[in-house]
Design a protein around this ligand. Sequence first.
Ligand code: FMN
Length: 334
Amino acid sequence: MKTAITEMFAIEHPIIQGGMHYVGFAELAGAVSNAGGLGIITGLTQRTPELLAKEIARCHDLTDKPFGVNLTFLPTFSAPPYPEYIAAIKEGGIKIVETAGRSPEQYMPALKAAGIKVIHKCTSVRHSLKAEKIGCDAVSVDGFECGGHPGEDDMPNMILLPRAAEELKIPFVASGGMADARSLVAVLAMGAAGMNMGTRFIATKEAPVHDNVKNALVAASELDTRLVMRALKNTERVLKNAGVERLLEIEREKGSKLQIADIHDEVAGVYPKVMIDGEMDAGAWSCGMVVGLIHDIPTVKELIDRIMVDAEQLIRDRLMGLLGAESKASLKVA
Ligand SMILES: Cc1cc2nc3c(=O)[nH]c(=O)nc-3n(C[C@H](O)[C@H](O)[C@H](O)COP(=O)(O)O)c2cc1C
C-alpha cells in the first residue's frame, strides 16, 4: 500500500511504532522496520546521548531498513541535553525523528540542517497546525483514546482525525486506539496516511519487556485504563493497578491542590520496575484503551502482515461489497 507516509519515510507499510519509554529499544524498532513499518527508538530511555548513540548502532546491526528516534520534550526544569541527543541522532545517520511533548520549534533548525524528517505527535488541530507552520514534515494526530498523554481537550479520533484532514496540508497518521486492519482502513477513510501504534506493539514477541506486561495487556479490557495527573494538566492514560488506585486516592484527597511531590512514589521510577522486573502493581505506566482489542502476542511481522492482508480484504470484500453493481462496473472490479 502506498500513501504519502510510505513515500515520505521510504517504508513498505503505513504503520509506525510510536516511541515508548522502556519499550522502544533496538529489538522492537528493528523488528518493526524489518517487517516493513517504521520502528522508533525512544531517545530519552537512554540516559545519556552516548547511550543513545550505542542503541542506534545496535539497531543498525538489526536492520538495513529506515528507523527513527523519538525525542520527547518534557515539561521539566532540568531539561535533558537535547542538542547532544540531536547530535547523536545525526551522527547515527538517523533521517526520521518523532517529536512529542512540547513544540519542537527551538530544535527545528538543527534537525532540518541534518536532513532529518520530523513527525510531531500532537493531540489537537491547533498544535498540528503549529507543527505544520514551523516546518514539520508530518504529524501524528493522537486522540483521547491513546496510551500516554492525550492532552487536555479530550477529543476522540472520530472527530479529531476528520478535523485534522480539513485543516492540514502536510500528511498525518492516526495515533491512539489503533490495533488492526479495521483501525487502518477506518483512519485512511478519515484522511490519515497511515497509523501509529503504541500499546499494541508491546504485546508482541520482540517487545523487550517482561512477560507479565504482555500477559496483563491480553487480560485487560477496554475498561481498564485510568486517567491520572489531570489536576497537574499533565494527564496520562495508564493501566489500572494497585499503585494507580493509591495514586487516584491521593488525587481525590488533594483535589486541585495536588502537587507532583504528593504522587512521587506512584509515578517516579515506575517504568523499569514494570517493564524489566514485571512488577505490575508498581504504579502508573502508559496504556491505551486499545488494550481491549489485544487478544494475542504475535511476532511483529505476524502482526503487521495480518494488518495489511486483512486491510486489503476489508477494502475489497467488505467496502467494495457495499457498492451497487453500477458503481462496481465503473470501478472495473465487479
Ligand atoms: C508504555 C508506553 C510508553 C510511552 N512512552 C512515550 C514516550 O516516551 N514518548 C512519546 O512521545 N510517547 C510515548 N508513548 C505514546 C506512544 O508513542 C503512542 O503515541 C501511543 O501509545 C498511541 O496510543 P495507543 O497506545 O492507543 O496506540 C508511550 C505509550 C506507551 C503505551
